[in-house]
Design a protein around this ligand. Structure first.
Ligand SMILES: Nc1ncnc2c1ncn2[C@@H]1O[C@H](COP(=O)(O)OP(=O)(O)OP(=O)(O)O)[C@@H](O)[C@H]1O
Ligand SMILES: [Mg+2]
Length: 372
């Protein structure tokens, strides 16, 4: 039995439909990440599960019980917010104890829960400080501690790292991953950062935005991170997962067999893709999707695309080339060595490995890939 089950869940604010056709089953122990562009409804979905937001239609079940109208405190969940929402006049220990006192737990029990959370989060030496005497990362850990002491069966996080600097974000990300392993509780985590989604999730729920919501419902794709990376169901998913973003180059189908498709790109190059496009007609307009890390730049070797370097970003361990390709709007990105020999103005031959190609039809739907 799924621990959390949403069936045909919808959310509207008056006439504005925010979430549509949410059907989702989350298993006990899952680390689920809701990810998607700003405004797509991630926080709203999380808050509906928490009970902080009403459900317009559909059912929410937790451990087999319908929870639509059950108050937040009785759902067995604890939420950690982006703004830590600590009580400024209470010490770390008092902040963590607050919900337990309200629930009339015994002092000894409260004390033990605080000591335990303090150890897990390395806050033991800070228990008597006030929030204003803590760093951002420490405050964030207190906010997490407040959730831990309640011993919930599900933790909900809404962008908990977005107020932290880059280094602290990586560190706290690892701490949350560790926490998930050591508590073996289920976690649902909201972020718009696909790197956080890729690194933390056992299951990603990628939400659509804009017109796609009306056509397909709010959920674009659900699956383990690498499944979304290797087999994105749509052009939107392909473009959202992966950094830098996948390149999309227009073309048409010359021939499609059960083993591969032959494509002519906008610049006239002929490319082979290990994709089953037999459902498409000859001459059908498609887009080739190829990730920057799969575009090899070098000497011409058959299937290749000629590009002219517009600019180069040198990051040390890698360089990114941004290239003009004839007939293509915008620039194509290719990853290259840290000490890339290419400079603006150079002509580069980009090889498109047959097994790394993605193909999308004119509606943005992916054809099945035959290789990884
Ligand atoms: N109380 C409200 N009344 C009307 N519309 C609302 C209300 N709250 C949220 N919305 C709208 O619902 C949509 C989803 O909002 P939500 O906060 O869930 O987005 P999000 O995916 O969490 O975005 P972000 O990444 O920016 O936090 C937005 O378009 C927002 O404008
Ligand atoms: Mg949000």
């Amino acid at each position: 039995m799924a621990q959390i089950k949403l069936t045909n869940v919808q959310k509207a604010y008056g006439p504005v439909e925010v979430l549509k056709n949410i059907n989702l089953e989350l298993e006990s122990g899952d680390f689920t990440v809701f990810v998607g562009p700003s405004g797509c409804g991630k926080s709203t979905l999380l808050r509906m599960i928490a009970g902080l937001e009403s459900i317009t239609a559909g059912t929410l079940e937790i451990n087999g019980m319908v929870m639509n109208d059950v108050p937040p405190a009785q759902r067995g969940i604890a939420m950690v917010f982006q703004s830590y929402a600590l009580y400024p006049h209470m010490t770390v220990a008092e902040n963590m104890a607050f919900a337990l006192k309200i629930a009339k737990k015994k002092p000894a029990e409260i004390d033990e829960a605080i000591q335990h959370a303090g150890e897990i989060l390395q806050l033991s030496h800070l228990l008597e400080r006030l929030p204003k005497e803590l760093s951002g990362g420490q405050r964030q850990r207190v906010a997490i501690g407040r959730a831990i002491v309640r011993n919930p069966s599900v933790f909900l996080f809404d962008e908990p790292l977005s107020n932290l600097d880059a280094a602290l974000r990586v560190q706290t990300r690892l701490e949350i991953a560790n926490l998930h392993d050591s508590l073996s509780a289920s976690m649902i985590y909201v972020t718009h950062d696909q790197v956080e989604a890729m690194t933390l999730a056992s299951k990603i729920v990628l939400l659509n935005a804009g017109e796609a919501v009306q056509k397909e419902g709010s959920i674009a794709q659900v699956g383990p991170p690498l499944e979304l990376y290797h087999n994105p169901a749509t052009r939107f998913v392909a473009g959202f997962i992966g950094s830098p973003k996948m390149n999309f180059i227009a073309g048409e189908i010359l021939e499609a067999t059960a083993q591969q498709a032959t494509i002519q790109l906008c610049n006239g190059s002929k490319v082979h893709a290990a994709v089953d496009a037999t459902s498409a007609a000859k001459g059908a307009k498609i887009e080739l999707g190829i990730r920057p890390e799969h575009l090899h730049s070098g000497e011409s070797e058959g299937d290749d695309v000629l590009g002219k370097v517009s600019y180069v970003e040198r990051l040390g361990e890698v360089s990114y080339l941004y290239l003009h390709v004839e007939g293509h709007d915008g620039l194509v990105t290719a990853r290259n060595d840290g000490d890339s020999p290419f400079n603006p103005g150079d002509s580069v031959s980009l090889q498109v490995p047959v097994g790394k190609c993605h193909l999308f039809d004119s509606n943005g739907k992916a054809f099945p890939r035959l290789a990884r």
